[in-house]
Design a protein around this ligand. Structure first.
Ligand SMILES: [Zn+2]
Length: 199
């Protein structure tokens, strides 16, 4: 095996223990349960959130990537995810999408549970959604500006909300379009910029 491939698989192996992968856990493709509001501030839920934050931090340290993680990726079937947002980590619980942009964008997405497969996936440019934070307080996400950070976050939130419904990004695209990071031409094929798609 050439050096490049060896490196990709070494990196994949290094990260593999941090999350469940497709084929390893059936629940990855099943909807998670809502968290009961009265349980949000309990030790049990706090432990889940702390674990998710620590895992995401570790993943980013080892790989230099990873923007969000859903509880089911750690084998916990609850609607909880943590996401890196503007230099801080935010927790979303029981999110509900209330509005979706008409415009769609294509972007090569990575999922920790399908690494090293990349899914070039079309998603709405932004969403508005309500969620509970880790104190059980109702919050709303409605950022739509065109900064790179906001655009990425709108995509990451959609990715994590999909996880809570048992959907993995590779399930939403034709298998023919999937790209493998082990492909030596990977960086040429996967242009890491959003492309606007006309409906
Ligand atoms: Zn994912």
């Amino acid at each position: 095996m050439n050096n490049y491939l060896t490196q990709v698989f070494k990196n994949t192996a290094k990260l593999s223990k941090l999350v469940y992968h497709i084929g390893e856990l059936e629940e990855l493709r099943k909807p998670s349960n809502e968290v009961k509001i009265e349980l949000i501030k309990t030790l049990e839920i706090k432990k889940v959130i702390t674990d998710l934050k620590a895992t995401l931090k570790k993943y980013r340290k080892l790989s230099g990537k990873g923007r969000g993680i859903a509880a089911i990726q750690r084998g916990i079937p609850l609607k909880i995810a943590v996401v890196y947002s503007f230099e801080k980590v935010i927790t979303i619980i029981n999110p509900k999408i209330i509005k979706t942009s008409a415009e769609n964008y294509l972007y090569p997405e990575i999922c920790m549970s399908a690494n090293p497969i990349i899914a070039p996936l079309k998603r709405p440019g932004w969403i508005e959604f309500e969620y509970l934070d880790e104190d059980g307080i109702k919050q709303k996400w409605n950022k739509k500006d065109s900064t790179k950070e906001t655009k990425i976050l709108n995509r990451v939130f959609q990715h994590e909300i999909d996880h809570m419904e048992g959907i993995i990004n590779i399930d939403k695209v034709s298998s023919k379009t999937l790209i493998f990071e082990s492909d030596p031409e990977f960086y040429e094929k996967a242009k890491f910029e959003e492309v606007k798609i006309n409906k």
